[in-house]
Design a protein around this ligand. Structure first.
Ligand SMILES: [Mn+2]
Length: 263
């Protein structure tokens, strides 16, 4: 498996500062893990992507090109972020290689706000849909619990599949996973994007937009183990880890754990 470190913070002066430290920190804590819970030995080939954080459009181009090159060699690829807008160039490369691919996103937010180029962490999914890089019926959102009126309108009008946090809690968890699986197994290839804020801030405090009432670590790992059974997962990302906002490295360590279980 190839793991890309993508230190994207989408502009060092913004309040996104600190995101650029996520990939290195996650990579560092990865060393503490041995076998995954399913008995896999995670073997990584780590690649650093050098990007210019003062130019988001250029940074996106670099990300797309670098990933494209490895996808052509048929590697299973994981991305360590970094700002969630990296999913835009990453999925673009993935869909080019795998026409008809779908995306499963774990996030507290749907990221479908009105956009202005280049795409940001608030609207990248809307851009992927409106530019028809992904078919809107091949998008699944899990863990949503804070969206604007306009975002809700976009989701309803486009009939995007959303499993809100409210629907995912308690005994519905297994049902939601069944439902996600039944759709995703029909895709030629699947991409998984995990915004660390899908988890409750009690488990993952080191992120820019903490949203109470999220998934537990165990619930997310349950999902991952189910999704791994699909065998059509070609690529994933773990984004929005901000070590500057973390407590005792618990968020970086959690991100590393997710990567181990996805390997
Ligand atoms: Mn989010």
């Amino acid at each position: 498996m190839k793991l890309f470190k993508i230190p994207l913070n989408a502009g060092a002066l913004s309040k996104r500062h600190g995101l650029e430290k996520g990939p290195d920190k996650i990579a560092e804590t990865l060393k503490d893990f041995h076998l995954s819970e399913t008995g896999m030995l995670p073997l990584f080939d780590m690649i650093d992507i050098r990007i210019d954080n003062s130019n988001l459009e250029e940074a996106h181009n670099t990300i797309q090109n670098e990933i494209q090159r490895e996808l052509e060699k048929n590697y299973y690829i994981g991305l360590l972020g970094g700002d969630h807008s990296l999913t835009y160039p990453a999925f673009k490369a993935f869909a080019k290689q795998n026409p008809g691919a779908g995306i499963i996103i774990f996030d507290a937010h749907p990221d479908v706000q009105e956009y202005h180029k280049p795409p940001t962490h608030e609207d990248y999914l809307r851009v992927l849909i409106e530019e028809k890089i992904v078919d809107k019926s091949n998008v699944i959102l899990v863990g949503i619990r804070n969206m604007s009126k306009e975002e809700k309108k976009f989701i309803d009008e486009n009939k995007i599949k959303v499993y809100s946090m409210r629907e995912t809690s308690f005994e519905s968890l297994i049902e939601v996973a069944d439902s996600v699986m039944s759709v995703a197994r029909l895709w030629p290839k699947a991409y998984i994007s995990i915004d660390i804020d899908a988890l409750d801030p009690a488990f993952a405090p080191g992120t820019g937009y903490q949203e109470p009432g999220g998934l537990t670590t165990r619930e997310l790992i349950y999902f991952i183990h189910r999704l791994k059974m699909l065998r059509n997962i070609g690529m994933f990302d773990v984004v929005e880890v901000n070590p500057e906002k973390d407590v005792n490295e618990m968020t970086s360590k959690l991100a590393a754990k997710i990567i181990v279980e996805l390997s």
